[in-house]
Design a protein around this ligand. Structure first.
Ligand code: GDP
Length: 386
């Protein structure tokens, strides 16, 4: 047993850690004994919540623990570690400081009513606020890439039977997961696996070939394929470059509707291969041989491009959490409104409303101003005992 005296423990409280052999029986006996003596099982995220309430972590750091546990790629884990080390909070701190300074200047102008804020000063404050809003917008913009890292992207392979969807699925997975035969209609259900494309966890789904068929099982598979297409962030629409287009290819093209898609022209290794299909333009197209693995790098590159997930430098700190993104946008909006009021020479009280809101919103990222309701919602998304 290891005893950690407050405040030198993870939660900041007195803690006793029991190390034991991992057999479920031994663990169960110890837990039962602890419970019998009046102990309680921890709830989801309870340790992190306790660390937060004792000032050991701020909220964005606690959330990073959850993200680190759930990270599916190195790049996602690296971002979570940076947030856990306080980089997001540290980046926000000077911005909050600027906002506080502006608030204090305006508050003191309110106190001394006779001294109206001189025009020059209000111009200077507006300029300060404008560059602050710009920085917040720039941070929020990194969510374009950041959200893929944390939540992953859903990519669906679709096409008529026998164009090589399962072969492509297996090649991208680098193993034989789906059954490949020359009989059309072999894949009757959707199959999903997660792969790592340039650090983005991609949930790749192979679907049943879409065609008109009397087969009942195949029809259910086709319905599932259509759902996977509708649900996808990106569809890889596969056609056979050696056989010419068929009515089924056009049927699938119509079913793609508003979905984002790349045209994947397969069987590049075969004679008579044609790579251009102006009927499906302006979709970007990539020629591949799923069998030999040609063109897969280009395909991955094009997929990441199409998702808009390529424009970040390895050194960038990214906003990966929708909650943080939302708070950054809202706080920048509030500052924008305050700038408008300042420029229209509204009273300081009015300008201050938006600025105080912005400060509260930024504080909610690190947890200073987060309500208990929201805190319990956030910690409910944690694992038990973390
Ligand atoms: P699906 O029905 O669209 O999933 O297609 P499959 O992956 O099952 O492939 C159908 C047939 O096409 C199989 O006989 C594959 O070996 C063949 N095939 C798939 N990709 C290629 C390729 O790039 N080149 C060649 N020559 N044959 C391929």
């Amino acid at each position: 047993m290891t005893y950690m005296r407050s405040p030198n423990s993870f939660t900041g409280e007195d803690m006793l850690e029991i190390s034991c052999h991992g057999s479920p029986v031994v663990v169960r006996r110890i837990i039962d004994l602890v419970l019998k003596e009046g102990g309680q099982l921890a709830g989801a995220g309870e340790f992190s919540l306790r660390a937060l309430s004792h000032g050991k972590l701020d909220l964005s750091q606690a959330e990073a623990i959850r993200d680190l546990i759930n990270a599916q790629t190195e790049a996602a884990a690296r971002q979570a570690v940076r947030q856990l080390n306080g980089e997001l909070s540290n980046k926000l701190q000077p911005l909050k400081q600027i906002l506080i300074e502006v608030i204090v200047r305006l508050e003191s102008a309110v106190e001394f009513v006779e001294d109206d804020l001189p025009a020059l000063q209000s111009k200077e404050l507006a300029a300060k606020l404008r560059s602050l809003a710009l920085e917040l917008d720039q941070m929020a913009a990194t969510f374009d890439v950041g959200h893929w890292l944390r939540s992953g992207a859903k990519v669906t392979i679709a096409g008529r039977p026998n164009v090589g969807k399962s072969s492509l699925f297996n090649s991208l997975l680098r193993r034989d997961r789906a059954i490949v035969t020359h009989f059309p209609g072999t894949t009757r259900d959707t199959l999903s696996e997660t792969i790592n494309i340039r650090g983005i966890p991609v949930s790749l789904t192979d679907t049943a070939g879409v065609r008109k068929t009397p087969d009942e099982i195949e029809t259910i598979g086709i319905e599932r394929a259509q759902m996977a297409i509708a649900d996808a962030d990106l569809v890889l629409f596969v056609v056979d470059g050696t056989s010419g287009l068929t009515e089924d290819d056009h049927l699938i093209f119509r079913k793609l509707g508003a979905s984002k898609f790349l045209l994947v022209v397969n069987k590049l290794d075969q004679p008579g291969f044609a790579s251009r299909y102006p009927q499906f333009e302006p979709a970007k197209s990539v020629s591949v041989s799923a069998l030999r693995g040609d063109g897969l790098e280009e395909l991955c590159e094009a997929a990441i491009d199409e998702l808009g997930a390529n424009n970040f430098e390895a050194g960038d700190l990214l906003v990966t959490d929708a909650r943080h993104y939302d708070l950054l946008c809202k706080s920048s909006e509030q500052i924008g409104e305050a700038i408008c009021l300042l420029e229209r020479e509204a009273t300081e009280e009015l300008v201050l409303v938006g600025l105080n809101n912005a400060l509260t919103l930024l504080g909610a990222i690190t947890g200073e101003t987060t309500s208990n309701d929201i805190l319990s919602q956030i910690f409910a998304t944690f694992c038990i005992g973390k």
